[in-house]
Design a protein around this ligand. Structure first.
Ligand code: ZN
Length: 191
């Protein structure tokens, strides 16, 4: 029986860090229909993101603010993640995705001018992380319904960061090693 059941409060001690085996290998597909345990885990994960963005709770529980969290970041070999954030237009996005897959993407790419960070990486790693400007992603939600997301800009970046986690890829692996700030062709800064 896992520990991430209803009302469990995820804190930074539950977050596995860079170097942990589970962060560097592809995760396993989640059996459907979703088990009650997996459902409760996803709810705990989403609550963590919301707590981490709440000024009082994040201070009280010493949480680093996060916009996405994948199951392998809390030590579970499961292909599922949650994301909660506001995009560049101030629109709120809230996603719980099980067995997500990238179905198509734009040729054009974007990157965050400030670079990317990760709850599993405790240091700043500067450099350009190229991401598709637009993506279509299919997966299953908490209710077990198949859903398709069409995302662009910041939302597209966040979801690709989480998809990468599920494939065992860290954001810094996408930074050009010789020249971290070299802008690839077809790639522009998201401003
Ligand atoms: Zn991350």
């Amino acid at each position: 029986m896992g520990k991430f059941r209803a009302n469990y409060l995820i804190t930074m001690k539950d977050i596995v860090r860079d170097g942990h085996k589970l962060l560097h290998q592809p995760t396993r597909e989640v059996p459907l229909p979703l088990s009650e345990e997996d459902r409760e885990t996803l709810i705990c994960m989403m609550q963590f993101l919301k707590n981490s963005q709440d000024p009082k709770l994040s201070q009280q529980y010493k949480l680093r603010a996060g916009v996405g969290l994948s199951a392998n970041q809390i030590g579970l070999d499961k292909r599922m993640f949650v994301a909660y954030f506001q995009d560049e237009q101030g629109l709120e996005h809230e996603y719980t995705l099980v067995n997500p897959r990238l179905v198509s993407h734009s040729v054009s790419m974007v990157f965050l001018p400030q670079g990317e960070g990760c709850l599993s990486v405790d240091r700043d790693i500067p450099g350009i992380v190229p991401r598709y400007e637009r993506v279509r992603v299919k997966g299953y939600n908490l209710e077990g319904d198949e859903i398709e997301l069409k995302l662009k800009g910041y939302a597209s970046i966040v979801i690709q960061h989480e998809l990468d986690h599920l494939d065992g890829i860290m954001f810094y692996e996408r930074i050009n090693r010789e020249d971290p700030f070299r802008v690839p062709d077809n790639c522009r800064s998201l401003t």
